[in-house]
Write a protein of this length. Structure first.
Length: 181
């Protein structure tokens, strides 16, 4: 029974942590994105520096990185430094990239729907969904930071909902165990 109590305590603690993390994402979406971008920037800088140090320390010509890898490491350091100074650019680039993918996908879907005259009982639904995807792609390109903020808030709400549901299920499970005992 002590083992089960420990599992329940750990699950409660982890779900409360998820609940708090979700609240942080909902309340501070841009700051959360900035911190994540700075963590990525730190990883880029550290890995780039490690590769460059290894380039100069390694005495074996066969194992020595080639010049292209050295240049890529310098670029990684530069991108990392720029991202650390201006973290929102990374979010903007990612959302613009996703927006372009959404637009291309929606256009292809619409093209196939009309070109092949796909007229099953849900053709209108797929047409509407394709137009919605097209609009979402355009919005992601026009206002990438606000889109990231909305997505981050949605992720936070999802974490909050998941934590509450898990706590509720654990409570029901605990009540079932107590009734059986």
């Amino acid at each position: 029974m002590d083992f089960i109590k420990k599992i329940f305590r750990d699950k409660i603690i982890s779900n409360i942590a998820l609940l708090l993390f979700g609240l942080v994402l909902v309340i501070f979406p841009i700051e959360s994105i900035s911190i994540a971008a700075k963590i990525i920037a730190g990883i880029l800088i550290i890995s780039g520096l490690a590769n460059i140090i290894y380039f100069f320390i390694d005495k074996d010509i066969k194992n020595r990185m080639d010049t292209m890898y050295f240049l890529i490491s310098l670029i990684a350091i530069g991108v990392g430094i720029y991202t650390f100074i201006n973290p929102t650019w990374l979010v903007a680039v990612i959302n613009v990239f996703v927006g372009v993918i959404l637009i291309i996908s929606a256009i292809n879907n619409l093209r196939y729907l009309f070109k092949y005259s796909i007229r099953n009982y849900l053709w209108w639904f797929f047409t509407v969904v394709s137009f919605v995807i097209l609009i979402l792609g355009i919005v992601a390109i026009i206002n990438p930071i606000e889109v990231a903020s909305v997505i981050t808030r949605f992720e936070g709400l999802s974490l909050i909902f998941d934590a509450i549901m898990s706590l509720f299920i654990m409570k029901k499970f605990a009540n079932a165990i107590i009734v059986r005992a």
